[in-house]
Design a protein around this ligand. Structure first.
Ligand SMILES: Cc1cc2nc3c(=O)[nH]c(=O)nc-3n(C[C@H](O)[C@H](O)[C@H](O)COP(=O)(O)O)c2cc1C
Length: 215
């Protein structure tokens, strides 16, 4: 699991989700990419051409690579920052050493895949945004979808929380949302998927669009 920790909104969804996963028996490891030293990929393709699977950049990714190779489920947690914070994008770009350099033509696109020694099967997105509308997540969803396709893994769902700051003043709905996030964690581990109804509960509007715009 990789989280981008700046403030707190996203943790309100992420924490119950991870607790649900743990309650269902998963072992969960959390790291905050913002707190780590993760440099940008330099695009040398050293990890493909010179020493397959090895990144030459000496930073905190070196200790994350073994963890990532042995993870079944990767949860990316990030707020929307037109479209996402740079630290999270750097982290995603540094997956290249875990990817096989054999590119395949698939549905009109050039795709890579994870190396055989990396076992991630699914990626999930947890995200919060400031503005009212769900459209704010569009670019981020596309980025994670492309990421999943390039690793040849399943994009298994997105827990999205628009106008996340309004959860404080809408306590009743917020409680239902936290409960749904916890159940989503259970479902992911127990059934391998999260129901659409839970995902809908998590992203439900807290106020009408009109009210949000009048603030
Ligand atoms: C640089 C920056 C860019 C942002 N861009 C957007 C945006 O495009 N759309 C949006 O809905 N919220 C945007 N936000 C608001 C955050 O997504 C929102 O406040 C989020 O809930 C923050 O989560 P956090 O408290 O966990 O950091 C932006 C915030 C910052 C600081």
């Amino acid at each position: 699991m990789a989280a981008q920790k700046w403030r707190m909104e996203i943790l309100k969804i992420l924490t119950p989700f991870l607790e649900g996963m743990k309650e269902a028996g998963a072992s969960v490891e959390v790291f905050y990419v913002k707190r780590l030293n993760i440099k940008p990929c330099t695009g040398e393709f050293y990890c493909w051409n010179r020493e397959p699977g090895q990144c030459y950049i000496d930073d905190d990714m070196q200790s994350l690579y073994p963890l990532l190779r042995n993870t079944d489920i990767l949860v990316l947690a990030t707020p929307v920052y037109i479209p996402l914070p740079g630290e999270m994008q750097n982290f995603m770009n540094r997956f290249i050493p875990l990817m096989d350099p054999i590119l395949k033509w698939q549905d009109g696109r050039t795709r890579a895949r994870l190396r055989a020694n990396a076992r991630i099967k699914k990626v999930l997105l947890v995200s919060s945004s400031g503005w009212w509308e769900m459209g704010n997540f569009g670019t981020l969803l596309r980025i994670v979808d492309e990421f999943a396709k390039d690793l040849n893994i399943e994009f298994a769902g997105a827990l999205l929380r628009p106008h996340a700051n309004l959860m404080v003043e809408n306590k009743e709905k917020a409680e239902k949302i936290f409960k749904a996030a916890r159940q989503a964690g259970h479902q992911l581990v127990e059934k391998g998927r999260i129901s659409q109804s839970l995902l809908k509960t998590i992203c439900q509007p807290l106020v009408s669009e009109k009210k949000a715009l009048s603030v």
